[in-house]
Design a protein around this ligand. Structure first.
Ligand SMILES: [Zn+2]
Length: 68
């Protein structure tokens, strides 16, 4: 049954990507009020040291380490 085999492989790939995405969400964002720029709020990740600015309420939902 090749179709079932293909589905299993597809699920396996999705599972791997989901786990990889989850690993980058371990960031613990700490507000850094001293670094605020106007309406942008500065957050610093206590886990990986990444810094990010957000215009919306709350910390970033993704880690910016991969971008730097
Ligand atoms: Zn981080």
């Amino acid at each position: 049954m090749p179709i079932v085999l293909g589905l299993l492989i597809a699920f396996g790939i999705v599972y791997l990507f989901t786990r990889k995405g989850a690993a980058t969400r371990n960031c613990r964002w700490r507000k850094d009020a001293l670094g605020d720029k106007g309406s942008l709020r500065k957050y610093r990740c206590a886990a990986c040291g990444a810094e990010a600015f957000t215009a919306s309420k709350g910390p970033p939902d993704t880690c910016k380490k991969a971008l730097s």
